[in-house]
Design a protein around this ligand. Structure first.
Ligand code: FES
Length: 125
């Protein structure tokens, strides 16, 4: 029987760096919550959409290689420098995730993190 495929997810918080072993295809938000590492801010821990991609409060910074944006919010967020919605990321490769420090609801955009995602042919979308 084949071994289940897992990926290392490195999580950087204000005061520590942890490594999680996450099943291939796992939802990033669920993996973070299961490890006790909420991607939500102080207020949105209690009030959020439960991972349906509606509230935008589960944003995290992805360091290094970015999974391709799948959700409309992430495509716009990438261009404006907003964090990625962790509930819309399925883990299919090793990732390094930085929780947004001091977040209350959404967190602020960072201009230096803006990018235009390009597909395999090099065209932006
Ligand atoms: S939990 Fe609401 S958008 Fe991710």
């Amino acid at each position: 029987m084949a071994e289940p495929i897992t990926h290392k997810v490195t999580v950087i918080t204000d005061d520590q760096t942890l490594t999680l072993e996450v099943s291939d295809g796992a939802n990033l938000r669920q993996a973070l919550l299961a490890a006790g590492l909420s991607p939500h801010g102080k207020l949105s821990r209690r009030v959020n959409c439960g991972g349906r991609g509606l509230c935008a409060t589960c944003g995290v910074w992805i360091e290094g290689q970015q999974p391709a944006p799948q959700h409309w919010h992430d495509r716009i967020g990438a261009a404006l420098g907003y964090p990625r919605l962790s509930c819309q990321i399925a883990v299919h490769a090793p990732l390094t995730v930085r929780l947004v420090p001091g977040k209350i609801m959404w967190g602020k955009p960072e201009r230096a993190r803006r990018y235009r995602h390009t597909n395999q042919t090099g065209s932006a979308h």
